[in-house]
Design a protein around this ligand. Structure first.
Ligand code: BGC
Length: 581
């Protein structure tokens, strides 16, 4: 018997990653097992049951490799070693086994665009101009006046070039000077990195997130970047950062990367592993399309489109529609997220001064029904807000460089609150590397597990319901024009369709539902719509042809399209045919 809360879809894809729920763990801040104030791999192992109960398909673990921690693990000094702060290789193997035993896949973060300056390769490369690793990094002579070879800038502030007196040359670093960029034009570098990726495949990982993967190659001629058009600063980089004043034509996004990605994909395919690329750019959609086109490059591209400070229904719609228009024709795939370890937590970013738990729930309903894979960031399931971190406690070098205009990324990286009454919120027995936010204690897991209407309980309920809705994983998406603050779309595949409508605002709204639906599907009647239950979202009332949505209310409804016809929906065969779900 079919569950009345479920819309099955024939021919469900066996590609687990399409439409999967990925949970990002920032290991320093998740759970400390050995009382040093820093989270670790055994801490994650101890919480695998929590993750299984949450209902995630995969975990993405931010870097735990050997690192001097100048960028908290995004500066790797040995790609094959686990940093002792986080544990051992045996811990990692136990983690993979424990996750797999619970049906959870494991994705690890590969930061291969650059290494740490403490990596043995760089230590060798910087010695002189003719050592075996001399061309593994991007070295360039100064201009005649001694200044850097071109105008490229570091995202973390200042010139992208750092002087090395032994070679009397500059080296390139797109991020910190302690993060020299590898020279991907060098075949030996590519081969080494592919071998390192395979090393982790042999340890059972199911996939990789490739950090800053559009930074792999630089322009061989080292041409100057042109200035951004007059009055235009890049919205993907903060305005107080001069990096936003250039068009980054030559320091990243080079065409040679596509061939490397094909080599990478071949290696991944060999092990059945998945590749998720982080592609940061002002105009990322075409890049995301080319990086995920077909089946011989990356599987998925991580979108920054909803990590913005801009928030409106129109913004969300535009981001998704633009990306869909780019990736769909080439068979690409994306991954949406509302929060990560680099941006302020979504409830503070989009919710402002007075975030609301109902908003936390609605945002998951929305994110969880967009077309794509979704990435949740630890603490999102508790409805955590951005933590206030005092200047004296700031650890992030990006924040220190741009203080006070920009306070850096520590506010989303504070320790995870497990237990409201325990010291340091149950994260650690010692003083944590970043303070536990007092505002997070009342939101701790122990409290939310007991409260029936908590954000955590909603996440568990919604993700369990979503797992039974294949149409939400792979179905097409069609948006409707509705006034702010309402977002409305249909997910459909073959003969299955689900209507999703969300009130993103704090006031009650009335949606002219049938009239709006008829702009795309003609011949629909109110009786073709059946609200779905079991997802946990509330606040939707159907009143004949209209829908009333309470503040942060949402509706999921089965839509019977068997009698409808559509001019604009591309996949219409099932929709207009007589078979019903
Ligand atoms: C990561 C950041 C990191 C940077 C340099 C990014 O895109 O997400 O946390 O600082 O790459 O590795």
């Amino acid at each position: 018997m079919r569950d009345s809360t479920t819309l099955p879809m024939p021919g469900e894809s066996d590609e687990w990653w399409r439409g999967a729920v990925v949970y990002q763990i920032y290991p320093r801040s998740f759970k400390d097992s050995n009382g040093d104030g820093i989270g670790d791999l055994p801490g994650i192992i101890a919480q695998l049951d929590y993750l299984a109960a949450l209902g995630v398909d995969a975990i993405w673990i931010s870097p735990f490799f050997q690192s001097p921690m100048k960028d908290f693990g995004y500066d790797v000094s040995d790609y094959r070693a686990v940093d002792p702060l986080f544990g051992t290789l045996a811990d990692f193997e136990q983690l993979v086994a424990g996750a797999h035993a619970r049906g959870i896949k494991v994705i690890i973060d590969q930061v291969i665009s650059h290494t740490s300056d403490q990596h043995a390769w760089f230590q060798e490369s910087r010695q002189n101009r003719d050592n075996p690793k001399a061309s593994w990094y991007i070295w360039a002579d100064p201009r005649p006046d001694g200044s850097p070879p071109n105008n490229w800038l570091s995202i973390f502030g200042g010139s992208a070039w750092q002087w090395e007196s032994r070679r009397r040359q500059y080296y390139l670093h797109n991020f910190l000077s302690a993060q020299p960029d590898l020279n991907f034009h060098e075949e030996a570098v590519q081969q080494q990195l592919l071998d390192d990726v395979e090393y982790w495949c042999h340890r059972g990982v199911d996939g990789f997130r490739f950090d800053a993967c559009n930074f792999h190659f630089h322009d061989r001629e080292l041409r100057d970047n042109p200035p951004a058009a007059a009055g235009v600063t890049l919205s993907s980089v903060r305005a107080e950062n001069p990096y936003s004043m250039q068009q980054h034509c030559f320091d990243k996004n080079q065409p040679e990367n596509l061939l490397f990605l094909e080599r990478l994909r071949a290696a991944l395919d060999h092990h059945g592993a998945v590749g998720l690329g982080e592609i940061g750019d002002e105009d990322a959609a075409p890049l995301m399309a080319s990086y995920t086109a077909g089946s011989d490059r990356l599987h998925m591209a991580y979108s920054f489109g909803l990590l913005t400070s801009t928030f409106s229904a129109a913004h969300i719609r535009l981001q998704v529609q633009q990306l869909e228009a780019s990736i769909n024709p080439v068979g690409g795939w994306t991954c949406w997220s509302l929060s990560n370890h680099d941006v302020p937590r979504v409830l503070s970013r989009w919710g402002g001064m007075a975030p609301d738990r109902r908003q936390a729930k609605l945002l998951l309903g929305m994110l969880g029904s967009l077309r794509g894979t979704l990435c949740l960031f630890q603490g999102e399931e508790l409805g955590l807000t951005e933590a206030e971190v005092a200047f004296d406690d700031i650890q992030d070098p990006y924040g220190i460089a741009f203080w006070p205009e920009y306070k850096g990324r520590d506010g989303c990286r504070t320790p995870f609150p497990w237990s409201s009454n325990a010291a340091h919120g149950g994260f650690s027995t010692a003083k944590p590397w970043l303070p536990m936010a007092a505002a997070h204690l009342p939101e701790a897991v122990d409290i939310q597990e007991k409260a029936g209407n908590s954000v955590l309980r909603f996440y568990q309920c919604f993700l369990a319901w979503r797992a039974r809705q294949p149409v939400l994983k792979t179905g097409e998406i069609v948006f409707f024009e509705v006034p702010e603050p309402v977002l409305m779309y249909v997910r459909h595949a073959k003969n299955v369709a689900m209507l999703c409508v969300f009130n993103l605002g704090a006031e009650t709204v009335r949606v002219q539902l049938m009239a709006t639906l008829s702009t795309t599907f003609s011949g629909l009647a109110a009786s073709d719509l059946a609200p779905l239950a079991g997802h946990g979202l509330t606040g939707a009332t159907l009143e004949q042809d209209n829908l009333v949505l309470a503040p942060y209310g949402g509706l999921f409804a089965r839509l019977d399209l068997s009698e409808a016809s559509s001019q604009s929906v591309p996949v219409t065969s099932g929709l207009t045919s007589g078979d019903s779900p």
